[in-house]
Design a protein around this ligand. Structure first.
Ligand code: ZN
Length: 461
């Protein structure tokens, strides 16, 4: 045992362990998680230095530490990863409901987004970070505008994030150049907690030449590409009718399947797309955000076919304007339920698989599978402690079932990123929510004004 005091020791927890955290084949790894009782987690320099299992009273035998948490009765999980969101859109939470996506974009969201100010982006991102810390999310992949502001908020609130400055071809080459400039300037910042992506909006708003150039830049600079593609079936059908190609064909033709790629949604991915995904030479992730699909009346992401094709399927919330919450726990529960219904198979997408998607597979999807997603020595100390003593989670016959189908995000008591406690016993340590929410509500009347007739883009897939 290392004689130097640890920075943080968490003792007496039951811990979710991935027995094969380095197995990269999604099919082989799909079901493999286990729980170990009486675990001590030793954290040094933001890293899990040791996972000591099966100590009868681990508090007594744990190494010396600057800070200790006695987690008796709590379950330690790797922090959840939100693989696709637009964090500042919490400012539009619940503004427009019960409409199809064309109307939602063209009459509401894109006109209103022409009113965005950097102060609204900042307050929205801060509120989003608070919501995610509260709900046990330790890392998120964000795809939006004014991302320098979001990066500053990530640095301040302590979360981990992969950030991409979104662009449309309608902005000219400057859009892509800004996205690259942001990605190169901010990657590795916030003590290494920020990684970055190139972020074209979608194949229907970014042309083939721009997508091809993006793939070349991603290869040259070793960057992830994060975009929306095959968001729904109608979009795939329109792409086929107009261009004779599916959105996945477009990604293949422009070289994006040969770089590391994070695809948001993919609910319109067809069987004919699977060979291209299977043959991809880049690491392909798909972020699935089932709540929004249910609201828009869409099909859901074909998780089983994608896992079979070697794709890493992560969980996500999308922005709160469509999804209402940034609750990855809810996305996990809904994924398990919706997948059973979609496949007409109660044996598919078990609670174990759902936990695996929310943790290690999500980490892989955002390109961080080697550093987070699992409670294993050498990985960054991103974890949450969950309290299952509530009446809605008792008794516990099977921890996986209790976590996925009975527990809720508000059962998370403590959230830790890079060894730093961002929520302790339900209390946030880095965000003052009343002050953020108060200032944001004063800015809402100017934000939601649509009388000017402008919009940032036209939704026409
Ligand atoms: Zn999105």
């Amino acid at each position: 045992m290392n004689p130097a005091p640890a920075d943080l020791v968490i003792s007496n927890c039951t811990a979710l362990i991935h027995p094969d955290p380095d197995e990269t084949d999604p099919q082989l790894a799909a079901d493999s998680i286990e729980f170990r009782p009486n675990v001590t987690l030793v954290i040094r320099d933001g890293v899990i230095a040791d996972v000591i299992a099966e100590v009868a009273d681990s508090a007594a035998s744990a190494p010396a530490a600057a800070e200790r948490i006695d987690a008796r009765g709590l379950v330690a999980l790797p922090g959840f990863v939100n693989c696709h969101t637009h964090s500042p859109m919490v400012a539009l939470r619940g503004l427009v409901e019960d409409r199809p996506e064309q109307e939602w974009f063209n009459d509401w969201i894109w006109p209103i987004e022409s009113n965005l100010t950097s102060r609204i982006v900042e307050l929205g991102a801060r509120l989003a970070c608070a919501e995610m810390i509260r709900g046990g999310v330790t890392c998120f992949a964000d795809h939006y505008f004014a991302m320098d502001t979001v990066a500053d908020v990530v640095a301040e609130t302590g979360l981990r994030a992969n950030l991409g400055e979104a662009f449309f071809s309608s902005q000219g080459p400057e859009g892509r150049e800004r996205s690259l400039d942001f990605a190169l300037r901010r990657r590795g910042s916030a003590g290494g907690r920020i990684t970055t992506s190139l972020a074209p909006h979608a194949p229907y708003t970014v042309d083939d030449a721009d997508l091809t150039a993006t793939a070349e830049l991603a290869r040259e600079h070793g960057l992830l590409v994060h975009l929306h593609a095959a968001e729904n079936r109608a979009q795939t059908d329109t792409s086929l009718a107009r261009h004779g190609r599916t959105p996945i064909d477009v990604l293949k033709d422009t070289g994006l399947l040969d770089v590391d790629l994070l695809i948001a949604h993919g609910t319109g991915i067809l069987d004919r797309d699977l060979p291209a995904l299977r043959a991809a030479t880049g690491r392909i992730g798909v972020a699935s955000a089932p709540r929004g699909y249910l609201k828009f009346g869409w099909d859901t992401t074909p998780v089983r076919a994608l896992v079979d094709a070697g794709v890493h399927v992560g969980l996500a919330t999308d922005g709160a304007a469509s999804n209402n919450t940034l609750d990855v726990w809810e996305a996990m529960t809904l994924t398990a339920l919706v997948q059973k219904r979609t496949e007409r198979d109660p044996r598919w997408l078990t609670a174990r698989q759902a936990l695996r998607h929310a943790t290690l597979d999500s980490a892989r999807a955002v390109g961080l599978g080697a550093s987070i997603g699992s409670l294993a020595p050498g990985r960054r100390a991103d974890l949450v402690l969950v309290d299952l003593s509530g009446p809605h989670t008792q008794p516990v016959h099977d921890l996986t079932a209790t976590l996925v189908h009975s527990a809720r995000s508000h059962d998370v008591r403590t959230t830790i990123v890079d060894g730093r406690v961002l929520m302790r016993g339900g209390r946030l340590t880095t965000v003052d929510v009343p002050s953020v929410a108060g200032e944001l509500s004063e800015l809402l009347p100017a934000l939601v004004e649509r009388g000017h007739g402008r919009r940032i883009q036209e939704y026409d897939t």
